[in-house]
Design a binder for this molecule. Structure first.
Ligand code: NAP
Length: 309
């Protein structure tokens, strides 16, 4: 029995140590060094290489190293019988909420403009966008979306949320399903994407969506790069349908050096860091699900394959 950690380009030593601190008896390999493929029952993955998991004959469960699971659902090599789960921690929820609040603040206070002005020694005051003229609308009211919504409400924003099922949450106006999508957009001017990436949500952030927003309109994408139709974003910025955007996730990561987004003064770019799972919080969750897997129990934060998230 062994546990495999796979995350190319990430240093997984701290995570391995944190897991061993929880339980020193667990045998752990860090990809690409796998001592015995037959022994691996449980893998923890982030952007794992194609075909890797299909080569592990006794794999019983795979955990995403983060909250998103599209990389696991898209892997044909994982057998239907292998359980999938994900890691959601209090810090992850806190970080994503802080990130979005900060992105809204930066937009309202023209931070990107002042950074450019500083480079040119230019002193030019802009009116700060009033809070009462900002209505954040969160696409996806799950673990992350709800955390963001609650921080925004605490900070005095009138918040809308859109999800598959209708929610009853104090101070949040809930819209649900395709039939209420347009009403949600019509009452939103700061659009925040926190949807999982599924067949229904791929390419959802397109021009028709941007055109339905209240003005001035701003986009914050912290879901997945594939939610966004990139050329529609550029067109929406050029036609002033959108005032700007803050992007943490991209179709291709790392964002290629020649990508047009880098040259846009009204696009804020961060390298997929809105919320990152700290090893000391991930470790107990991994160990619990590892033990649950070995004893045939239901996993914590198990992914519903049919639903796709
Ligand atoms: P979650 O708990 O599974 O919640 C997903 C939410 O999306 C739910 O409210 C669900 O509605 C809604 N939803 C799903 N499909 C929908 C559809 N077709 N139409 C309308 N609503 C739909 O997911 P989470 O933990 O909040 O994470 C959301 C996403 O955030 C992740 O998948 C990941 O891509 C992203 N993320 C990014 C970072 C980062 O650093 N940038 C960090 C963490 C997570 P119901 O409530 O009705 O089921």
């Amino acid at each position: 029995m062994s546990l495999l950690l796979v995350a190319p380009n990430r240093n997984l030593k701290a995570l391995k140590e944190a897991i061993l601190e929880e339980d020193p008896n667990i045998e752990i390999d860090i990809w690409p060094a796998i001592s015995n493929k037959e022994k691996v029952n449980f893998a923890v993955c982030w952007k794992h290489p194609d075909h890797l998991l299909g080569q592990l004959p006794n794999l019983q469960a795979v955990s995403s190293l983060g909250a998103g699971v599209n990389h696991l659902l898209n892997d044909d090599g994982i057998s239907e019988n292998t359980k999938l789960c994900r890691i959601v921690t209090p810090t992850l929820k806190e970080q994503i909420a802080d990130y979005v609040l900060n992105a809204i603040s930066n937009y309202r206070h023209h931070t990107l403009q002042y950074i450019t002005d500083k480079k040119n020694s230019r002193w030019e005051q802009q009116y700060t966008l009033l809070k009462k003229n900002c209505t954040p609308g969160i696409m996806g009211l799950g673990e992350m979306g709800l955390s963001v919504a609650s921080l925004l409400v605490k900070n005095g924003y009138q918040v809308n949320g859109w999800s598959n099922s209708k929610k009853e949450i104090e101070h949040i106006t809930s819209y649900a399903g395709e039939e209420e999508f347009e009403a949600f957009l019509n009452d939103t001017n700061i659009l925040i994407c926190l949807l999982p990436l599924t067949q229904e949500t791929k390419d959802i952030l397109d021009l028709s969506v941007f055109q339905k927003l209240k003005q001035p309109a701003y986009l914050i994408n912290v879901g997945r790069g594939e939610h966004l139709v990139e050329e529609d974003l550029i067109y929406a910025l050029d036609t002033e349908t959108l005032d700007g955007a803050c992007l943490d996730v991209f179709n291709e990561e790392p964002l290629p050096a020649k990508h047009t987004f880098w040259n846009r003064s009204n696009i804020m770019i961060t390298p997929h860091i809105a919320a990152v799972t700290p090893p000391e919080e991930a470790a107990p969750i991994i160990v619990e699900n590892y033990k649950r897997t070995l004893s045939g129990m239901e996993l914590k934060n198990e992914v519903d394959r049919k639903r796709g998230y």
